[in-house]
Design a protein around this ligand. Sequence first.
Ligand code: EPZ
Length: 404
Amino acid sequence: MDKLIIEGNVPLNGDVVISGAKNAALPIMAAALLTASPCHIDNIPGLRDIDTMVNLLKGMGGVITANKNGLTIDTNNLSSMEAPYEMVKTMRASVLVLGPLIARWGKAAVSLPGGCAIGARPIDLHLNGLKKMGAKIELKGGYVYAFAKRLKGCHLYLDMITVTGTENLMMAATLAKGQTIIENAAKEPEVPDLANMLNSMGAKISGAGTNIITINGVDELKSTSYAVMPDRIEAATYIAAAAMTKGSVNIIESPLHEMEGILHKFKEAGTSINIDKNRLCIAPSPFIINTNIKTLPYPGFPTDMQAQFMAMMCLAKGTSIITESIFENRFMHISELKRMGADIEVRGNTAIVKGVERLSGAPVMATDLRASASLVLAGLAAEGTTSISRVYHLDRGYERMEKK
Ligand code: EPZ
């Protein structure tokens, strides 16, 4: 899909079912590289990034078969341990094959991801951790070449909180000799989801979801059947859509426990949210209250919701201060929102959003995944027609958004 045309200012009403979480499914699919037996993974979302990971694993010789709403991944006979540049440049999360390949095959050639729209996105913490575990790492021609007879468990301290860094090192440690402790580990819910899947394969991981994860290495991992957790960012995006269009929406299958911080902020913004078993029921509220956010590692407000929440604050009564502390360039949606009449001033990594009465539809351009979601939300609330180009970004992380 390359362009979305949205007739705005129409309340959204009805039910929407949340898909499996992209950022849990991707490491979980890579984890299938850790065992010779096939892994059955369910609740996999239909996304471009998932297709990229499937093609990456197939390119290595993995055999992947689709079943109902999941995949069976068999990496028993790999023909290559390479994640080529063409793949990695389209999806940074391809680096998640690095840890599993070194752990099980003792070698890997993974293209450096390079930057992307939202920042430099280095992987130095991934590489330093693997080196400490005994891997020999060489950087040549834009590729990481890694070798290890057998990784050795050790005490790792991550200088920065990194989600995929934590996941890569946790996966590598499952087959290392001895115990690995990862300190300052990421606590994002997708990390324990991956740990639960690895433990169901026979790994010995404790502490996932806290900032200290302990992994006791084993000699081999076995087959498993595992269902991916629901996507908290997709769910939160639909809360914003309902709130901004003053609609009544039931969001089904949200990971409620993992969304407490996000729900707190929406309530602060005046959103009417009722929880009925596994449903989030959003009802119209008279107006949106200006609310400040600063993106932080979990359980703080997620950077992946910053652009969407900003779209909502464009219509708040009053001024909101939005600070992006995780990525250095995640304000690309602002110039497009301003084309729709938003009043936003940027000062470094802080945006000052003065609420306006109404946004007006306009032709805009998506630059990255969450920026495109933010523009869709603005278009849904705006007066008139909005056309969003380069909206293929949306397909990377939102399953059939226009249908839902
Ligand atoms: C994961 O990216 C998510 N992607 C991102 O979601 C999410 O925005 C991010 O975590 C933060 O929550 C997946 O899980 C596939 P980081 P990741 O390593 O792991 C710096 C989306 O929209 N850093 O936690 O790549 C880095 O530059 C995507 O779904 C280093 O300096 O993010 C950033 O400033 C976007 N060196 C900060 O840490 C490293 O070795 C956090 O990055 C690693 C990271």
